[in-house]
Design a protein around this ligand. Structure first.
Ligand code: SF4
Length: 346
């Protein structure tokens, strides 16, 4: 190959970006803007213990379908215990719930950076829109996240780029800044206009079903973080997603299924030291006591709560089946009084 051919080939090399793809409208628009400019794009999708690709509303819903529609490769990165460790004490604190958005985005940027380095991409793109989310999408937060991940100048937010300092990709001419977006704020008007431009008749909803922004769920997370010695297990987190939760003592919590499906999930999550309670002669919930130690009084209390949510008569004693480590036993109890147990509800 002559030097001229080599130079031509170099000139023809497409710029390459790694996108943080959530499955929502914003990140898929960011990808489309890049593809329209001739940039090669690969995507990274992040799954935390608090958003589920299959829950129908989580941050990652539809992400696989969206990547397929965009015709780009997708790599899924799962955050597990390291995420819980960060959540226990996030450097930049929590948002309105237990959402540690700045630290969380920092971890996501790191994952995208890894993929960028592995694939030889030039920069990372995200669907972030300036001022769309109070905690993580203001100038200061965007700068912090970028800095923490060692990605200064290498993260392009195509939707808001004109409101942000030029990135390396723009400065070096890989990307034309004049073709970038100038959307900011919480209105979706700009994104919908852009969706129309790309011929998206039925654009996906904005992503953002993270459970950590849910006030009721956040209370459960706060409770488990307060009461566990180190970090909760991933099983503990799954258990937070089902049932009614009761804090009985500093190290004892009871989870009561609300329907048949939840009862099945609870059964599937039972671990070796858990104690399972079910009304023996009546239809009722599956309940699991998770505690370091238990005594007769605690067991009786759990049995009475199990009866409270069963079809057992409220004014008479009934039997409750108890399973500990595969051994079954029974206890007789009166259904608990609602006013008493309401105070324990998380
Ligand atoms: S809402 Fe915040 S904590 Fe939840 S996934 Fe998004 S950035 Fe992370």
């Amino acid at each position: 190959m002559s030097q001229q051919d080599g130079e031509k080939k170099q000139e023809e090399k497409k710029p390459k970006a790694v996108a943080l793809l959530s499955g929502g409208l914003d990140s898929s628009l960011a990808v489309r803007m890049m593809l329209e400019q001739g940039v090669e794009v690969e995507a990274v999708a992040i799954k935390t213990p608090f958003c589920d690709f299959d829950c129908g509303k989580g941050c990652g819903h539809r992400v696989k379908e969206v990547a397929d529609e965009l015709g780009i490769k997708l790599k899924t990165v799962y955050f597990g215990e390291e995420y819980l460790r960060m959540l226990k004490d996030p450097k930049y604190g929590y948002g309105s719930g237990m959402n540690p958005c700045i630290d969380c985005r920092g971890m996501m940027y790191n994952a995208a950076k890894d993929h960028m380095e592995k694939t030889g991409a030039d920069f990372v793109i995200t669907g972030e829109v300036l001022f769309q989310r109070p905690m993580s999408q203001n100038n200061r937060a965007l700068h912090i996240i970028e800095k923490e991940a060692g990605m200064e100048g290498r993260v392009l937010r195509p939707l808001s780029a004109k409101h942000l300092p030029p990135t390396n990709a723009e400065k070096s001419g890989l990307i034309k800044r004049e073709n970038m977006g100038d959307i900011k704020g919480r209105s979706r008007k700009g994104q919908l206009a852009m969706a129309k431009h790309f011929g998206l008749a039925d654009p996906p909803n904005a992503a953002g079903g993270c459970l950590l922004t849910d006030p009721a769920f956040s209370k459960r997370v706060e409770d488990i973080m307060d009461y566990c010695d180190d970090i909760p297990s991933l099983n503990d987190i799954e258990l937070l997603k089902v049932g009614r939760h009761f804090r009985l003592t500093a190290d004892a919590k009871l989870v009561v299924g609300r329907n048949k499906d939840e009862n099945e999930v609870i059964k599937a999550l039972v671990t070796q030291n858990d104690i399972v309670f079910e009304a023996k002669d009546y239809v009722g919930p599956t309940c699991v006591l998770r505690s370091k130690k238990h005594d007769e009084e605690l067991v009786k209390k759990c049995a009475s709560i199990a009866l409270r949510y069963s079809d057992a008569p409220k004014d008479a004693e009934s039997k409750v089946r108890i399973a500990i480590n595969g051994t079954e036993t029974e206890v007789i109890a009166l259904p608990a009084d609602s006013s008493e147990i309401d105070t324990m509800r998380i």
